[in-house]
Design a protein around this ligand. Structure first.
Ligand code: BGC
Length: 754
């Protein structure tokens, strides 16, 4: 870059028209090159779990067939189940290398929406129902990508928690829930990994489009969070480009260079030049951050990336259930193996929509099992069901049952066909397709040794058919090494260590957003507040199919010697939690130690407990390790609508366990905090006025000087039974009663003097 061309002087020399053009891309996937400003064209690409680089001659939007081959890594739903930032960082690095080799400067991901409902059609692209877990894992993805000189673009900022009407709907969310749940993951990723770009979402938030929302894009993102990266709109999310730039959006995508509105607004002064100068500065920063990636193109070892995909998916597999100890498969006890399910030969390994990758290769499960144990085990296949729900499954089920009956062991591949979950549409049920449920029960009736391998991008309940089968492994969507990852786990080469990053409900009706998802008439009310996911199920004491954090292993772990150190108020760390973890089984494995903290301070309505720390620990058989987890003061804060982020301290219940419902050790500690100072206004209650420091005594003195409170308010206050009915009056109301000797104006005056 020519440094002599940088700086505000040059900016003023550039024609306004050029500046206006900076605020929109050049085309579908790139920004404008403005040599006079030292701005190269920057190329972006989907994302998030592999590159979808379009053929330049046919730059369509979703045309999967025309994107260049790239490794299809496991989507976020799968990686999140690893609870392993190191693993995710490695995937991010590999993705960054591929991006660089394809000339991509910014990858449009990760997607970090909170899973408000299991029905969201894009849940496969998102991490978790919990903001801390999402934030920590997505930060690792961003670090991995950016370590290769390629920018991450975290999306979709914010509250794109559903697909239904996502281009118009207003997510109506109170500020506390926004801050603690929906914005928290963005805040953590921005604070910890500094992504170079953020994508604003399509939807409105409390009535205002995210791409034109100055509270979101300027007050919060820039001012409060100090964000210096580029904000890119989702594709087609800008309706009023002038309002968008004024609100803090940098880049409208796809490019609309022919739209005159920003140019006209600059010319007539309704948009200040400072706003577009800021856009230019941020784009320049992005260009300098990604400069290296434009210089050199690495040669990709696609085999190594395929092997990484294989490992990542296997290490993310969640062993839900192994009631009959069928796993891992011992080929000696499985001389005849029935592989049942169309998904074994027509795998589902990624979701549909803008994230779809054209993989470099795909391994089918049937092929993988055949290759691995086909020499010693006789493997037979029956499809059992068709992926097209309109096809009659009865003959397929009959054929599969006959095969199951004559086999020693059954591996049954179940899951969601691609048509069930895709960008642009939400699901309406959390059940598997009815034919598959029928098949599972029928196969389970004739063979007690049935292992189910699940492939789905969003939660499916097993409640109705779980007892018919012996084992269930949730593989989610594995990425392109599908069959090998599954075989690695089923055959015991990889010991499953994944944990659910979202609760699997028994019934859809039990979920927190059931009555308000996906809303209607242009609005969706987040009526459950902060009680999303396990926060809801636990507060309501609802049975779940599988709890948040759940995942079994081929080995066992014991937790002992919980020790909690409570740090001083001056320390950024509030708590250090230590436990001794022992692998008590007979094979190497990994456990995710989870710490949940229940805040009993009563300052706000609190969830029962919340995930505040976790650590994935790999241990050889028989080995113990002392595990230390740190919880910062900021991690314990809640958002008070009048006082901002607060942590009042007090009694905290600390629970350490293997899942949110498998708590192994627990203790209650007293943690120092800061008193919550809610600013006093004339709308504060009389009770708060009386007890407020300085102003309270001043008001009391004034009342006394004027002979005390008389009339009805005075009567109520002097009666212990009735006094509450006066104390709950806002000051502005109580002053209207004859006999209350201070006016609202005088109270206001007292306030401003204090
Ligand atoms: C999606 C984004 C994606 C963009 C570009 C939009 O429809 O919501 O996630 O990055 O298209 O393909």
């Amino acid at each position: 870059m020519n440094s002599s061309l940088e700086g505000p002087e040059v900016m003023s020399q550039v024609a306004r028209d050029d500046k206006a053009l900076l605020t929109t891309g050049a085309d579908y996937w790139s920004t404008r090159e403005v040599p006079g400003l030292g701005l190269p064209s920057i190329r972006v690409s989907d994302g998030p779990h592999g590159l979808r680089v379009q053929d330049d001659d046919n730059p369509d939007h979703l045309g999967l067939g025309r994107s260049l081959p790239a490794t299809c890594f496991p989507p976020a739903v799968t990686l999140a189940s690893s609870w392993d930032p190191d693993l995710i960082r490695s995937v991010g690095m590999a993705l960054g290398r591929e991006a660089r080799s394809l000339g991509v400067d910014v990858v449009l991901g990760p997607g970090i929406e909170i899973k408000r409902s299991p029905l969201c059609g894009r849940n496969f692209e998102y991490y978790s129902e919990d903001p801390l877990l999402t934030g920590r894992l997505a930060a690792a993805m961003v670090e991995g990508l950016q370590s290769q000189g390629v920018g991450a673009c975290v999306k979709h900022f914010a509250c794109n928690n559903q697909e239904t009407d996502r281009l118009r709907v207003s997510a109506d969310v109170d500020e506390r829930s926004l801050r603690e749940i929906y914005l928290r993951a963005f805040e953590l990723v921005i604070r910890d990994a500094r992504p170079w770009a953020v994508m604003s979402s399509y939807n409105r938030i409390n009535g205002v489009f995210a791409s034109e929302n100055s509270w979101l894009l300027s007050d919060l993102l820039r001012e409060e969070w100090n964000y210096d990266g580029v904000v890119i709109s989702d594709w087609g999310a800008v309706h009023d480009p002038v309002a968008a730039v004024a609100a803090g959006l940098d880049l409208r995508m796809p490019g609309q260079p022919g739209d005159p509105r920003v140019r006209e607004a600059l010319a007539n002064g309704s948009l200040g030049e400072a706003a577009v100068d800021r856009v230019a500065e941020r784009l320049r920063l992005l260009a300098s951050r990604t400069e290296d990636s434009r210089q050199t193109k690495p040669v990709i070892d696609f085999d190594a990336h395929h092997q990484l995909t294989r490992r990542a998916a296997a290490e993310s597999a969640v062993l839900l259930h192994d009631e009959r100890a069928l796993l891992p498969i011992d080929p000696a006890n499985a001389r005849s193996l029935a592989v049942i399910g169309e998904l074994a030969r027509t795998p589902r390994y990624q979701g549909a929509g803008s994230s779809a990758v054209n993989p470099t290769r795909v391994v089918h499960a049937l092929d993988a099992l055949q290759t691995r144990i086909g020499e010693t085990t006789s493997i037979s296949f029956a499809p059992g069901y068709a992926l097209d729900p309109n096809e009659d499954a009865t003959p397929l089920i009959e054929e599969a049952v006959a095969l199951a009956e004559s086999s020693e062991l059954v591996v049954l591949f179940l899951g969601l066909p691609a048509s069930y979950e895709a960008e642009g549409r939400d699901r309406t049920t959390i059940e598997l397709p009815a034919d598959q449920v029928r098949l599972a029960k029928a196969v389970g009736d004739v063979n007690p040794r049935v292992i189910v391998a699940l492939s789905n991008g969003s939660a499916v309940t097993t409640a109705d058919w779980r007892d018919a089968v012996g084992s269930i492994v949730e593989f989610w969507l594995t990425g392109q090494a599908h069959g090998d990852s599954i075989a690695d786990v089923l055959l015991g080469e990889v010991n499953p260590s994944g944990k659910l990053a979202e609760t699997v409900p028994v019934r859809l009706e039990d979920t927190s957003s059931y009555l308000d998802f996906p809303g209607g008439l242009g609005h969706v009310r987040y009526s459950e507040g902060v009680h999303v996911g396990y926060r809801w199920f636990d507060a309501r004491r609802l049975d779940v199919d599988y709890p948040f954090g759940h995942g079994l292993s081929y080995t066992t772990f014991e937790y002992a010697d919980l020790e909690i150190t409570v740090h001083d108020l001056a320390d950024l760390i509030a708590l250090t939690v230590s436990v001794t973890l022992t692998n008590t089984g007979d094979r190497r494995g990994a456990e995710v130690v989870q710490v949940y903290v229940g805040d009993r301070s009563g300052v706000l309505q609190m969830p029962e407990w919340e995930l505040r720390a976790f650590s994935k620990v790999h241990l050889e058989a028989g080995v113990s390790e002392r595990v230390e987890l740190f919880i910062t003061r900021a991690d314990l804060e809640h958002f008070h609508p009048d006082a901002g982020w607060v942590f009042a301290g007090g009694s905290m219940q600390v629970s350490v366990g293997s899942s949110s419902r498998d708590i192994r050790l627990q203790a209650t500690v007293d943690v120092p905090g800061q008193p919550v100072e809610v600013p006093l206004t004339v709308w504060s209650q009389l009770r708060d006025w009386m007890t407020y420091p300085v102003v309270g005594p001043a008001l009391g003195k004034l009342i006394e000087e004027r002979g005390g409170i008389k009339g009805r308010v005075g009567d109520l206050l002097s009666d212990p039974v009735s006094q509450d009915s006066a104390l709950i009056f806002p000051l502005i109301s109580v002053t209207q009663f004859p006999g209350f000797p201070v006016s609202a104006e005088e109270a206001q005056e007292l306030l401003s003097r204090s």
